[in-house]
Design a protein. Structure first.
Length: 117
């Protein structure tokens, strides 16, 4: 895994980096510590008007000491977006962003891990 200092300067370059992470033992949306309704509340607070059926679960990942769950959806502007749940140190965080540079789920999670997205 790339360290923070090895991360590319921009997401266009990140899209060229090969990244892979193992899945969690329970590779499912149901194993997520955050409910779909909590994810929906978060997206609504960010101005997104989506329903649970709009979210498409992709996978889980073990990224160093943190656990990730990632979904894909299309926002109201027609942009593909990822929403993640990141769990580590007994805390979890929900985040999302548009995928303007065509990042893979793994590249996106690496960017979230290093706080560069």
């Amino acid at each position: 895994m790339l360290s923070y200092d090895e991360m590319p300067e921009d997401n266009e370059d990140l899209a060229k980096v090969e990244v892979s992470f193992p899945t969690l033992p329970r590779d499912s949306a149901e194993s997520c510590p955050v409910s779909i309704s909590e994810i929906m509340e978060y997206l609504a607070s960010e101005g997104e008007n989506v329903v649970p059926d709009d979210l498409h679960f992709i996978r889980t990942a073990q990224v160093a000491e943190r656990e990730f769950w990632i979904w894909r959806f299309v926002d109201s502007d027609g942009d593909e977006c990822y929403v993640t749940v990141d769990h580590g140190s007994n805390e979890w965080c929900i985040g999302y962003d548009a995928n303007w540079h065509g990042l893979s789920p793994e590249q996106f999670m690496l960017g979230i891990y290093h706080n560069v997205l």
